[in-house]
Every structure is written in structure tokens, then in C-alpha cells.
Design a protein around this ligand. Sequence first.
Ligand SMILES: *Cc1c(COP(=O)(O)O)cnc(C)c1O
Length: 357
Amino acid sequence: MKYPRLDIDCGKIRHNTQFLITQLSQKNISVTPVTKVFLGNPIIAQVLLDAGATVLADSRIENLNEMTSAGILATKMLIRTPMLSQVASVIKHCDISLNSEVEVVKRLSNVAKQQNRHHEIIVMIELGDLREGVMPDRVIDFVREIISLPNITIKGVGANLACRYGVAPDRQNMKTLSDLADGIEAAFGINLEIVSGGNSASINWALQHTGQTRVNNLRLGEALFLGCEPLDNRKIKGLYTDTVSLTAEVIESKIKPSLPWGKRGFNALGKREHIQDRGAVSQAIIALGRQDVCITGLRAPKGVKIISSTSDHLLLETSNKPLFLGEKVTFTLDYNALLSSMSSHYIYKFFNTSKCP
Ligand SMILES: *Cc1c(COP(=O)(O)O)cnc(C)c1O
């Protein structure tokens, strides 16, 4: 077997997806899985479709293409506002895109007309987290400018929260979104099919809210893949959180002093840390480094502590018995660790579909 390796339990991901689709459907909220953390992997895409999803979303056209080439026929949604320079491939490869710039939508319309295709858009609205979105008081004007563009349909509105500043979805901002949807429908006599309320950070709001809302869709990645709600970093009830693990191999294991010797300058990462003498320690090096994974997102097994890391080495200390040369150490991952390790060229990825009937 080759290392470092990521093991991905597709059966658990399928359970998580089915579970949330069912729970949220009781609130009339549909789930659009976001595949970016798995780079649009077609095995995962199929798992999501088997679990009941009908639309797949990704921030990268390359990932949406990957799925299409592999024969994944679901509707494809591009969730990062298109670059002007990629408008032609957006029309060619995506059915729906999220948008916040009039000029981009005009270009999408132009190209869609040329290619004799139809494209749907979701207008993103800024609700305070200050990433993408049209300012609320500009939304009506925005829609006015794009409403009659040929080969474009305004399928709905959406918002993204909790990414830049961790602004939480709540009754008030979700009401703003609902009211704006109502306002657009009234002003232009159209029907907005989708009101997309956010990402995994909206799970608690969605499951707990009572009363009226227009929000009928969430775009979910982390919740499905890690069973975790990112705002409070809490496990979501009923979901698996151990869907993925990262295993790497010990390449050196020795008793060494904890205090370095010799004249010290900056280390490999440009830092000069204060070091405390803790006497002799049981130190192991794992063949895994910053070029592979965001180290701060790894959780080591019991009795093993991550001490430091360089590009290619992860330094561990053990409290009781030392790790042996060649031993495999398995870590659990948070979203950043999963995103980075999936994106690393050096990590072998294994998709276990054996528990997927
Ligand atoms: C990444 C992303 C999501 C999914 O985020 P999760 O926290 O993984 O659920 C949803 N919407 C947009 C616009 C995104 O970029």
C-alpha cells in the first residue's frame, strides 16, 4: 500500500447526505451538495446522486467538467461568481451560476445566445459577511438591468454567510433575503424558484427555524462530508464525523533531547521560536508535511502529539510507547485538512464504496 493515504468512506457520506436531505425536506429546504472539497470526484458525485441529490455544485469549472466527462448527468451549478474570462466555458459546462456583477451576466447572455444555449442564474445578495453579493438596496436595480437579457433566466436569489467573518445566519438576515425575493417577484412579475440561504453554517438555523421563510435551498459541503457545523464547530446529530482519515508512515523514531543545540537563526519556515527544555523525548518523524496538508487541521491519535512540521516532515512525540519505524499513524481531519490533502498531488486517495449497496 502507498502512503500518505486518504481513506474516504463513501457509505458514511451517503448516510450523511440522505439524512440531511430527509431532515431538511421536512422544512421544505432542498440540498445542493458542494463537491469542491473532493475536487469534483465522480465517485463522490455518484454517491451524492444515489443519496437523492439532483443538482451538484462546485466553485471550479474544472471540477464540474470532471464530473460531466465521467458521465455524471446531474444539473451543474457554478457557485463562484464567474470570471469574465471564463464566461464561454461557464455557458458550455454549467447549467446554473451564482452571480453578482451585471457585466458578467450580460456577457453570459451574449455567449449563451451565440452558443444557442440557455443559462440560469442565481443573484447573490450581500447579507453582512462581506464576501460576494449585491448590496440589498441595489438588488432591484440589478435585476432590472438583467431581467430582459436573452437566453438568461433568473432562477432565484441566494446569499453566503459565515465565510469571511463568521456572520451567523439568523431570523433577521434570512428574513431580509425572503423579503427581497418577495420584492423582486412583485416588482417584475416573475417567480423565483430558488432562495438559497447559505452553506453548512446555515444548518442549525434551517433545522430549528419556525414560521415563514422563503429560504428553500442550502448549498452543503462540510456538513455532508464531515458531519460538522462550522459556526460552532459542533457535530451534527445523526451524522458521521469520521468519514475520512489520513494515514502516513514513520520514517525515523528516536529518543532525542527536546532542546536544540548550536547557534540558532530562523528555521525552515522563517520563524525563531522560544523553546523550553523538556528533557529527552520520544520523537518520531512522519513522511507528511506542509506540502501535503494543512497541519493545523489534523488530529493525532491518543498518546501522540504533533510538535512541529516542515515542508515534508511532521514531528510527533509520544507519551508512552515510542512509534516504530514503518508504523502507520492515522489522523482525523477538519475541513481545511481535507481540502488541502485532497488537493495535494502527493497523497493517494482511496474511495471505499464497499458499504454502498
Ligand atoms: C464552498 C461553498 C459552499 C459550501 O460550503 P460548506 O461550508 O462546505 O457547506 C456554499 N456556497 C458557496 C458559495 C461556497 O463557495
